[in-house]
Write a protein that binds this ligand. Structure first.
Ligand code: AMP
Ligand code: ZN
Length: 480
């Protein structure tokens, strides 16, 4: 039975979904004014692992991740929440591009990175700027219901009018009143009210017509609008990093439930931060790395993925190059294990998993599943895998391992790797000899700058059913 820690109730709960066998899941996505950093990818790897485990458990998951291409702000700037600088505009000026060009460029770079990290693509990536009418509609409903008010072209959510405010973050409005560090705005009735719509100053590029004049949406409303547009008024799951408990997700709940009168999401899951020297990795602290920094140092992106899933999503990971080295050693161990099995089975990665009666792996399978069922305990699940690797190594050394057992273990690996999502480098031995030879000639041709010959060889290899990619670590061929 799958149990997950629901932030909303602060308890581990049995997971259920509104529609049997189907899950509607929403993840707060990137703000595309710059490269996402690996702290952000920690959140996406967590959401991906959750989705993969739900799929493994038999659910069909409809996963939506938004793209924030409206300038305002990110969770780093919570304290300036309603009137922070327009980051898209700042980036556009910095790079001498339009905000749209900036958004397109960094959206593509986000897609490249998630591919490298083997994060499954969401079914759809709605962009905020394409959903302004939906945001305006929710805002109008909130005004009609007396939950929001307009002044001088700005619209704010009236927190005092929403009795459930604080149910996610456990914050009391009274505390907020005394409270600390909330943005003042001359048109707000209370400092803890938050913006749904803001009047655009003249220099603001991203602005739209609205019933309240020309302006732009507040930070939180886009996620309410886009999640409800693509998943309906009540979601099964909403995910994000721990900085989003408050105010972002609390405000999403207030707006959405205020407008529909229905629960917004039954389950809320939040990952803890990726840290550097004990502090949150973030743009504003300038203590961040992007994925390219990691690959430039020679690490396969899978090393980072393994590092992240080696910790439980509700504990912090402190990022250091030493911990990356440890993850690399572990990935090499897994790679050697998989290659050994492949050699023994003489299998290609593409083959269907054949049903084999499980005897050798059955206890490992049970332990792996029970670790994952227990709030996605990936570190324990991985320790089960390493236990199995040790057992296989010992049995091979003792001459007690055979092709049958290798087939069973390989099938088990393929199944659990649907959850772990580790891309293991293709085993050269799996390539036919003639392809190997052509690859070697192509390598030589490239070294001599004979690119015509190299291209001809690539075409020949292609005809034989293999694609060749030139990577920083040399050419890689795999079966199409
Ligand atoms: P943002 O672009 O700031 O909205 O962040 C995108 C996602 O990354 C959100 O779910 C954040 O909560 C998450 N996030 C930001 N920084 C970190 C970090 N250092 N560790 C883990 N998750 C993070
Ligand atoms: Zn969001």
């Amino acid at each position: 039975m799958l149990k997950l820690h629901n932030t909303l109730t602060n308890k581990k709960e049995e997971f259920w979904s509104i529609e049997t066998g189907k899950v509607k899941m929403y993840t707060c996505g990137p703000t595309v004014y710059d490269y996402a950093h690996i702290g952000n990818f920690t959140a996406y790897i967590f959401a991906d692992t959750l989705r993969r485990y739900l799929e493994y458990s038999g659910f069909e998951v409809r996963h939506i991740t938004n793209i924030t291409d409206v300038g305002h702000l990110t969770a780093d700037d919570v304290n300036q929440a309603d009137s922070g600088e327009d980051k898209m505009l700042k980036a556009a000026l910095r790079e001498k591009k339009t905000p749209e060009e900036i958004a397109n460029f960094y959206t593509e770079s986000y897609f490249d990175d998630i591919k490298k990290l083997n994060i499954k693509k969401s079914q759809y990536y709605p962009r905020a700027t394409f959903h302004i009418p939906q945001m305006i509609k929710i805002t109008e409903t909130l005004i009609q219901k007396g939950l929001a008010y307009e002044k001088n072209g700005n619209v704010f959510f009236n927190v005092d009018k929403f009795p459930n405010y604080g149910k996610l973050s456990n914050k009391k409005v009274e505390e907020l009143k005394d409270g600390a560090r909330l943005e003042e705005h001359p048109d707000k009735r209370h400092p803890y009210d938050f913006a749904l719509w803001l009047k655009a100053p003249k220099e603001h590029i991203l602005k739209w017509e609205s019933p309240w004049g020309i302006g732009y949406p507040g930070w939180h409303i886009e996620c309410s609008a886009m999640s409800m547009e693509y998943l309906g008024e009540t979601l099964d799951i909403h995910t994000g990093g721990e900085d989003h408990f408050f105010p972002h997700h609390e405000n999403e709940i207030a707006q959405s439930e205020g407008a529909t009168g229905k629960p917004f999401s039954h389950f809320w899951f939040h990952n803890r931060f990726l840290l550097v020297d004990g502090k949150k990795m973030s743009k504003s602290k300038e203590n961040f790395y992007i994925l390219k920094d990691v690959t430039d140092r020679g690490y396969d992106p899978m090393v980072f993925r393994l590092l992240i899933i080696s910790s439980h999503y509700r504990s912090n990971v402190n990022f250091t190059w030493e911990t990356m080295d440890q993850a690399q050693t572990n990935l090499e161990k897994i790679t050697r294990f998989v290659k050994k099995l492949q050699e023994m089975v003489d299998d290609s990665n593409k083959k269907e998993i054949r049903p084999v009666i499980r005897t050798y792996v059955s206890t490992y399978e049970k332990e792996f599943k029970s670790a994952m069922d227990d709030d996605l305990n990936t570190p324990i699940a991985l320790s089960v895998l390493f236990k199995l690797i040790s057992k296989v190594n010992k049995d091979v050394a003792d001459g007690k391992f055979n092709k049958e057992k290798a087939t069973e273990v390989l099938n088990f690996w393929k199944e659990i790797n649907k959850i772990l999502g580790l891309r293991i480098k293709s085993n050269k031995k799996m390539l036919p000899e003639n392809v190997e030879e052509m690859l070697a000639s192509r390598e030589a041709a490239r070294k001599e700058n004979d690119f015509e010959k190299a291209d001809r060889l690539r075409d020949k290899i292609d005809e034989l059913g293999f694609t060749v990619e030139d990577t920083s670590e040399g050419q890689k061929a795999r079966r199409k």
